[in-house]
Design a protein around this ligand. Structure first.
Ligand code: PLP
Length: 381
């Protein structure tokens, strides 16, 4: 199948809409459906090996999405059945070669996987905060550094180019979890990372109806090892989910624009409201993470955090809101809020990660301000 490769001078919207779709062959569908077949015609022994032979090894629907994401990430993309399948593949790839350096304040299951599955095999797992400097001590004997930037849930930002230089000087690979930023918000490979990994369950697929992940590698050798690991491991993405994510990617540019506008307006409302403290969004010029974020990110997104006085205050906020779903995950069409302490994150009981959706800005701000008013009863002034 010949694929249209949008020009690199095309804008984000054009690349999202056209990436990974077939060229205009006469009578061919403009919107090809998912290829659900697990088996493929192999011909006779004299025939050349076909691109596809078995659904666990590869699939045209995977390749279409991989082409689209890989072009945006600037690398070779391998799709996985979930973000954790992608993170796990990266950790397992590096673990035989040395220590793993992981964010102490990033998505908790990356640490949990390393401690539960890799440490018992003798792999040393080191945890460092997202904003910490990667010193020679931290990196001695390391095979891989995983950064998560902006981090979930703290929305702290790490300098990717500086981390790449430090990791490479120590002989380690650098992987960046790019989930909150998306390939439109940040290009870790262009900043020097070896691997960009993401949960596409979030903004990339964007509609809250798909679980999927990917890794983009800076070079073909790493991508080939990841593909082999995916095939061996066997927990592969379904073609239907892959196709849904590709459909969602078509509107990523539009959705991110609205989500970032909504986040910006919500941050102003939160900063002005007495119920909220500790408001963080890297896109805000006064945010402590903004200088580094502005240096390396291409555009903002809808994920922010703030802290209410207590668990009960969060309860009052959620109960009073009409538009904010109490739900985990982020990057979807609908605005959602998640009290992260409930999952065991080492944060204040009232810390809320809020994912601004695509609702009208005025409606959303009015709703959130009314919900904050309800939380005020639980706040000492
Ligand atoms: C930053 C980050 N990385 C990875 C994951 C795991 O992704 P998934 O839920 O698709 O397995 C998540 C999930 O919340 C996440 O927030």
């Amino acid at each position: 199948m010949s694929l249209v490769e949008p020009g690199t001078s095309d804008g984000d919207g054009t690349r999202c809409v056209h990436g990974g779709f077939p060229g205009p062959a006469l009578g061919a569908p403009v919107h090809p459906g998912p290829v659900l077949s697990s088996t493929f015609h192999l011909g006779v022994p004299a025939d050349p090996p076909p691109a596809d032979f078995y659904g666990r090894a590869d699939n045209p629907t995977w390749r279409a999405l991989e082409d689209a994401i890989g072009a945006l990430d600037g690398g070779e993309c391998v799709v996985f059945a979930s973000g954790m399948a992608a993170v796990g593949a990266v950790l397992r790839l590096a673990a035989p070669d040395g220590a793993l350096v992981l964010p102490s304040d990033g998505y908790y299951l990356a640490r949990s996987l390393a401690h539960a599955e890799l440490a018992p095999l003798g792999v040393e797992v080191r945890e460092v905060p997202t904003t910490a400097l990667l010193t020679a001590d931290v990196l001695a004997g390391a095979a891989l550094v995983l950064l998560e930037t902006p981090s979930n849930p703290g929305l702290e930002v790490a300098d990717v180019a500086a981390a790449a230089a430090a990791a490479h000087a120590a002989g380690a690979l650098l992987a960046v979890d790019n989930t909150t930023a998306t390939p439109l918000g940040q290009r870790p490979l262009a900043l020097g990372a070896d691997l960009a990994v993401a949960s596409d369950t979030k903004a990339l697929a964007g509609h809250g109806d798909v679980v999927l992940g990917h890794v983009s590698a800076a070079g073909p050798a790493l991508a080939a090892r990841l593909r082999e690991a995916r095939s061996r491991g066997g927990a592969v993405p379904g073609p239907m989910e892959t196709w849904l994510a590709h459909r969602g990617l078509g509107t990523l540019d539009l959705r991110l624009t609205r989500q970032a506008e909504n986040a910006s307006a919500l941050v102003e409302a939160l900063l002005a409201h007495p119920a909220a403290t500790d408001v963080r969004w890297p896109g805000h010029p006064a945010d402590p993470a903004h200088p580094v974020a502005a240096k390396q990110m291409r555009r903002w997104n809808g994920v922010l955090r703030f802290t209410l006085a207590s668990e009960a205050a969060v309860g009052a906020f959620l109960a009073a809101s009409r538009l904010v779903d109490s739900a985990t995950s982020f990057g979807g069409l609908r605005t959602s809020a998640d009290r992260r302490a409930r999952w065991g994150d080492a944060v204040a009981p009232g810390l809320v990660r809020l994912s601004a959706g695509c609702e009208d800005t005025a409606d959303l701000v009015a709703d959130v301000v009314a919900a904050l008013d309800a939380a005020l009863a639980f706040t000492d002034r």
